[in-house]
Design a protein around this ligand. Sequence first.
Ligand code: ZN
Length: 460
Amino acid sequence: MTISLAIEGSGFTSKTRDEVRYFEHALFVIDEHGVIQSVLEPGDECYQSEKAQAQANGTYQSIADGSYLLPGFIDLHVHAPQWAQDGTGLDEPLEVWLGKYTFPTESKFADESFAHTVYEDLVTRMLSTGTTTASYYATVHRNGSLVLAQGAERLGQRALVGKVVMDDPEANPEYYRDASAQAAIEETERFINEVAKLNEHSVQGVYPVITPRFIPSCTDEALRGLGELAERYKTYAYIQTHCSESDWEHGYAYERYGRSDTHMLREFGLFTDRSILAHSVYPSEEDMRVFAETGAIAVHCPLSNAFFAGAVAPIRRYLAAGMHVALGSDISGGYNPDLYGAIRQAMISSRMLETGVNRDLAAQERGVEGSALTLSNAFYLATAGGGESLGLPIGRLEAGYAWDAQVVDTRHPGARLPIFEPNEPASDIFQKIMNLAVPENVRTVWVQGRKVVNKENGAR
Ligand SMILES: [Zn+2]
C-alpha cells in the first residue's frame, strides 16, 4: 500500500441515523486509490509514529483550528439542464411549469456547446459547496448527456448520469421527445456503453443511469425495453425516475393501469436495489413494503416538494419501514443547488408535518406526531444514507470509505459563524455549521482522495 495522504483534523461523520460522531485531531491515512486505510485518534498507539512518518515523506496535511472535516454530500436528484432556468417558474403548478419553462429549456441541449457551458458551471458550483456525488438527469439528447458525464468525470465529481427517455407522442411536445420507443431504447443502450467506457479511466467513477422521465411521459414499449436493459446492465447501470411525486402523478398510474406507479415500475423491471426514485411522497403501505423488499431508494426532495408535491413525505415512517432514503436538491423544482439547503428544508418540512400548518384546526388535530427529523437525521440522509442506498463506500469518514470530504472554515472572513466560546460543545458547532454555513465556508473538497476544490489558492 502506498500512502498518498495523511490528514489530521477535527470534524463530524454519521455514526448511526440518529447519532453524529465528533472526532478531534484524528489522523486519516489515505491510500493511492483515495480510500481511507485507517483513522487514528491521538490516544492510539501508532498515531505519533504515523504522523511523524507522513511529515517526513511529505504526505501530511493538517486542518486548521476552527475548520472542520465533513463527508462530501450525496445529491441523488438533479436535473442538470434545468440549472439554466434555476429560480424561475416556481409560482406555477407542475404541469404548467413543465410546458412553459422546462421542455423549452431542455430542448436547447441539442446544442452541445450550450450543454458544455451549463453543465460545467453546475458541476463546479455543486463541488464548491461540498457535493461530491450526484445523480443527474440530462436531456433526451444522447450526445448532450455524454457531455455531462464527461464534464463531471473531468472536474472530479462522482456522477450518475442518465439520458432522459420521454417517447410518448401524446404526452410530449414534438420539438422535445424521443423519435420512437425503439430509438429511445437503442440510444439508451449506446449511452450506457459510452459511459461505461468513460468510466474505465475514471478515478472517482461515473455511472450510466437508465432514465425514463416518469411513467406519464413514456409508452409501455419504452418502459418494457428499459426494464430489459436494466436487467442486462445491472452490474453497473443504475435506474432513476420520478415516483409518486404529486397527486396528479400518483393518480395518473392508477388511471392508466389501475395500479400504483411503484407496482408498475416493478412490473416493468425498473424497481430494483439500483433504482433511485425521486420524491416518493405518496407510496401506500404496500408500496412502502415494495421499497423495503427491493432496496430501492426514495429520494427526499423537500424544497421542490414544498412547491410541487402538495404534501410532506413522511421520512421517519419510511426509515422505520426499512426503506433506503437519500436527499436530493431537485434542481430546478428546488432552486437551491447546495445540499446544506436540502438538509435545512428537510428539517423545516418535517417539523411543519409534525405540528401541522392549518391554524383553524385544534393543535391536537393539526399535525402528524413523530414526523420531525433532527439535524443528525438530515445529515445522515445527505451523507451515509445516500452512500448506503447506492451500495457504494461513500458518505462516511471511516476506514474502507472513499476520501470524499469537505473542509468547513467557521472563521472565514465575511462568513464567520457565531462561535465565541473557546470550549463550545462540538454538538453546538455541528448545528451551527448545518444551519448557518454558506458556500464561502466550504474551502477544500476532495473526491476519491483527489483535491477538486481549493479556494485557498484562489482557484474555484
Ligand atoms: Zn425531478
